[in-house]
Design a protein around this ligand. Structure first.
Ligand SMILES: [Fe+2]
Ligand SMILES: [Fe+2]
Length: 280
């Protein structure tokens, strides 16, 4: 009941955007056991901008693939069906951003940072597939984007308070709106029917304890994104907060402080390179 009430309040306040048509079609088709790679390729290739975006994401430099992926069918064969669904969602994100001011810039930098840190942590710990971690990092804070688009006046007060008091978004959102970006994100993810692993990360990336998920992998993915998120805040990528490795709980994923610092340095380096490349 509590959840239904929360949904009702959110729906009354927040205008939920829709996922681009092409993404909906592709996700729908991919859930059908009989869909073929050819069919998928046809639909995606029909939308030039969309397919370019997918290939750009699939060719992110940190997976260390020896070859570049230049067609959608190669991408599907190399990354697999499930990861491809994630890439389709990632490629849709750009359409959800409506305006681009200082906060959007910082949020974009933060998401880029987490999308770099998460696969690096995933590769190190072998807890989840790096591509999955990458997309999860990119999309984890989509609830913030939607809140900022939908209730800009209220949300700018939230942002102001977060910056002034150095508080966490979750706390200030709960206090000022009665719900937070994870609640909103979860609702959006269900409405969009995006893959369950991404829905779980969007909804639980700030949770301290986790319910029993239908797939064990989901909790690992949440842990990786939480630690990547904290790492980026610590580095001051996009947004900044003072967090020590002990606060982060890096031992949850079996990392020593020394290893964590090493990976942190790597993330900073790749972030700086990527950021300037993307802004070229
Ligand atoms: Fe968040
Ligand atoms: Fe975040």
């Amino acid at each position: 009941m509590r959840e239904e009430l929360l949904e009702k309040i959110i729906m009354e306040t927040v205008d939920i955007p829709s996922l681009p048509q092409v993404a909906m079609k592709v996700l729908h088709l991919m859930n059908d056991d009989y869909s073929s790679i050819n069919e998928l390729e046809k639909i995606i290739a029909n939308d030039q901008a969309f397919s370019t975006r997918i290939l750009r994401i699939a060719n992110s430099p940190y997976y260390g693939r020896g070859r570049s992926i230049d067609t959608i069918s190669t991408a599907i064969i190399l990354v697999g069906f499930n990861t491809m669904k994630n890439l389709v969602v990632a490629a849709s994100l750009k359409d959800i951003h409506r305006k681009f001011g200082l906060f959007e810039q910082k949020l974009w930098e933060h998401s880029l940072g987490v999308s770099i840190a998460a696969p690096i942590l995933a590769a190190e710990t072998k807890m989840v597939v790096p591509e999955e971690a990458m997309v999860a990092g990119l999309i984890h804070d989509v609830g913030k984007t939607v809140l900022n688009n939908s209730v800009p006046d209220k949300y700018s007060l939230v942002i102001e308070k977060v910056y002034e008091e150095g508080a966490a978004f979750m706390e200030v959102e709960n206090e000022m709106l009665g719900f937070n970006h994870c609640n909103v994100g979860g609702l959006i993810a269900r409405k969009w029917k995006i893959p369950k692993n991404l829905e779980t990360v969007i909804e639980y990336h700030h949770a301290e304890t986790f319910p029993d998920f239908e797939d064990n992998n989901y909790e690992a993915l949440c842990q990786i994104v939480q630690i990547a998120d904290a790492m980026c805040l610590g580095l001051g990528i996009g947004m900044e907060r003072n967090i020590t490795p002990a606060d982060i709980g890096i031992d949850r994923i079996g990392l020593s402080e020394k290893k964590f610092d090493e990976l942190k340095e790597k993330v900073q380096k790749i972030y700086t390179e990527q950021r300037s490349k993307l802004l070229e």
